[in-house]
Design a protein around this ligand. Structure first.
Ligand code: C5P
Length: 314
């Protein structure tokens, strides 16, 4: 009979399908430093996982395949360039096992939206194949593999609310008493390419046409601890917002419409073009979402609570 040793987790793998849910992320604070020699920017950010989920199912197979349904079907490449495929290959290399799995993605998180949807799918694929193959990695092990795939991928392995440093890949959880925040997510027509938004920020800064950098996350972290939405609203900030607005001036109308509808604050999410609004409570959030859709300033407005867990087997 198989007997577990003290600190050894089962390495049996799963015979049936493994289904993983993974959230989108927003940045409550996104402080962007100067460009580094490797082309990345030094970040000080506070990540926050919200209840807008993708779902990835992994099954046993003789090769590695990826299929999908939902948002982005027909647009998202399902080949070796896909972040989920790249994540599975990296995990297989690390664990010394063949990269064999049939992956199926059910997508709700829009593409190139500033919500880290592609990174979320990579995190989900890591958690799913770790269980499917019985590779028995810890969250920290998976986050280390995740960092090779993209700056936001480690955060989506953990979820919750967390501080991100380096290029965003170094993640440490924010310890705060549990509070649920109510967000409205205004999804735009079309996406923005993240590298283009960072490049636009560099250009604006060189022209001295960007607002002063946000700097430290201290005020945001202090605001989170106060558990008051008005206090948190005043502390939200994103250095990429000016660049996203410069590339997509219509986003100013979205931000204005959200505030007019009663949001406590609105910011561009990550590199945009999604805008997120903080609402006082769940019923305010629904009203703001309805107003945004009626104003016709976005493709779709959804409510989402946060924080929520990262990629998890369900
Ligand atoms: O890490 P990831 O591949 O998701 O980053 C996508 C792009 O975003 C990078 O190629 C870079 O242009 C930009 N980026 C950056 N600084 C960061 C993170 C991302 O300039 N800290």
């Amino acid at each position: 009979a198989w007997e577990p040793e003290d600190d050894e987790r089962p390495r049996l793998g799963a015979s049936g399908p493994v289904k993983v849910r993974v959230p989108a992320k927003i940045n409550l604070h996104l402080g962007v430093g100067p460009a580094r020699s490797d082309g990345y920017h030094e970040l000080s950010t506070v990540y926050h996982a919200i209840a807008l989920h993708d779902e990835l199912t992994a099954r046993r197979g003789d090769t590695l395949t990826l299929t999908m349904e939902g948002v982005g079907t027909g647009e998202l490449a399902l080949d070796e360039s896909n972040l989920a495929i790249r994540a599975v290959r990296a995990l297989a290399r690390q664990a010394g096992v063949p990269a064999h799995a049939r992956l199926h993605l059910r997508k709700q998180i829009p593409l190139a939206a500033g919500l880290a949807g592609g990174s979320a799918d990579a995190a989900a694929a890591l958690v799913a194949c770790d269980t499917l193959w019985g590779t028995g990695m810890s969250r920290d092990d998976l986050a280390a593999v995740a960092a090779e795939i993209g700056s936001d991928v480690p955060f989506l392995v953990y979820g919750g609310t967390a501080l991100g440093t380096g290029r965003g890949e170094t993640v440490s959880p924010v310890l705060a008493r549990p509070t649920t925040w109510h967000w409205v997510v205004a999804i735009a027509d079309g996406g923005l390419a993240t590298p283009a938004v960072y490049a636009e920020l560099d250009r604006l800064r060189a022209l001295r046409a960007a607002p002063p950098p946000l700097g430290s996350t201290d005020d945001l972290l202090a605001a989170l601890r106060q558990r008051d939405p008005e206090v948190l609203a005043a502390a939200l900030g994103n250095d990429l917002q000016a660049a996203a607005l410069s590339l997509r001036p219509q986003l100013a109308d979205v931000l204005k419409a959200g505030r007019a509808a009663g949001a406590l604050a609105g910011i561009v999410s990550g590199s945009g073009p999604t805008c997120v609004f903080l609402a006082y409570d769940a019923s305010e959030a629904s009203m703001i979402a309805t107003s945004l859709e009626q104003a016709g300033v976005c493709k779709e407005a959804r409510t989402a609570t946060g924080p929520v867990a990262g990629a998890r087997v369900v």
